[in-house]
Design a binder for this molecule. Structure first.
Ligand code: ACO
Length: 327
């Protein structure tokens, strides 16, 4: 069976920059607090009128251009997002139309910040079985529209962006996606959630008044969970491929918080230098973060053919996972 290879990457972030100093004017916070606790210095915020699919399309076009693939050649589009343009239809359907990818079937995957890793795993199945020859995987998130801008615990953390990957089969035994390991523990749903606006608490005046339609988080619990889960899943992913941490050339991770990443890398006994970092520039861009980071490392020429790349992500659910590939 053929393996899946990533043949193009792309990313996009809106123009508007929101610095920590800007946030000092909105909530009771300081640049020092945000930088020391999270490593984040800036984030991007979408313009009024800009929707998640617009960011997704920009990232997709860049990835398709790198891959030399026309939109009509795509057989599948999977978008990892929890902030679609609207509840129905999917963001992926909107993206399909905007790209003119008329031969692709398209759907969203809802796994919060793990969304693009989940989407990659889903698309990988279609490529390996031969059902699809070219797939587009996108992580696109506009959490600026989902956070409570009066809550300093959360609004300082997130930014808007999109990242994309074009997948194709390869017969090269030395390259491609080796495996993906995904996990979910729904019993931790309440430590990171948007409780209102769905069927359990439909949007109504009370929901809006209590801001239940915005993101709620128990930061300390998320932190503890993330460190343990990411280190464990990456160990499992490497071991299942007969690899050791010393074989890892690059870590491409969801960028939530520098302290989470440092703690995970310390547990894995991996030097921070192996991990591509951009959270200081963009904040936590949720499902966009993994493909965006991959795109930056790729365009910087850091990834050499055959390099071992360990990918990891964690998000609300809780959902998490790790993948290993040879570039
Ligand atoms: N500015 C100033 N003070 C703040 C801010 C802020 N932006 N936010 C919280 N504080 C205050 C709190 O109110 C608290 O004050 P108190 O002691 O008077 O009650 C104090 O800072 C300490 O709060 P803690 O929660 O103990 O701070 P902690 O060191 O845990 O850092 C943080 C908080 C950064 C949220 C941390 O818990 C964290 O990184 N958690 C992971 C959360 C995360 O990354 N979520 C992203 C989504 S999930 C994902 O992507 C995996």
């Amino acid at each position: 069976m053929a393996r899946t290879q990533i043949i193009g990457t792309g990313s996009y972030a809106p123009e508007k920059v929101l610095t920590n100093a800007d946030l000092e004017k909105i909530v009771d916070t300081t640049d020092e607090w945000i930088t020391a606790r999270t490593g984040i210095r800036k984030r991007r915020v979408a313009a009024p009128g800009e929707a998640t699919s617009d960011m997704a399309v920009q990232a997709a076009r860049r990835a398709l251009e790198m891959a030399g693939v026309q939109p009509e050649e795509l057989g599948l589009i999977v978008v990892g997002t929890v902030t679609p343009d609207m509840p129905m239809p999917s963001c992926a359907a909107v993206v399909q139309a905007k790209l003119g990818a008329k031969n692709a079937f398209a759907f969203d995957v809802s796994a919060a910040c793990s969304g693009s890793l989940y989407a990659l795993n889903v698309a990988d199945q279609f490529i390996r079985t031969g059902q699809v020859k070219r797939a587009l995987v996108i992580g696109a998130e506009m959490l600026s529209r989902a956070v409570n801008w009066e809550d300093r615990n959360t609004c300082v953390l997130f930014g808007d962006a999109a990242g994309a990957m074009v997948l194709a089969p390869t017969e090269d035994a030395e390259r491609g996606l080796l495996s993906t390991h995904l996990y979910t523990d729904g019993s931790f749903a309440d430590i990171l959630c948007i409780p209102g606006g769905g069927t359990s608490k439909p949007t109504c005046e009370a929901v809006l008044k209590e801001k239940l339609h915005t993101l709620h988080m128990n930061g300390r619990e998320v932190f503890k969970f993330a460190v343990r889960a990411l280190a464990d899943s990456t160990h499992t992913a490497l071991k299942s491929n007969g690899l050791h941490v010393r074989d890892v050339d690059h870590v491409i991770s969801h960028q939530a918080n520098i302290r989470i990443l440092e703690a995970v890398l310390q547990r894995l006994e991996l030097p921070v230098e192996k991990c591509w970092l951009n959270l200081h520039e963009y904040g936590n861009t949720s499902s966009a973060s993994l493909p965006m980071t991959l795109d930056e490392a790729n365009r910087a020429g850091r990834l050499k053919q055959g390099d071992v790349v360990a990918m990891m992500a964690i998000g609300a659910g809780m959902t998490w996972g790790s993948a290993v590939m040879r570039w």
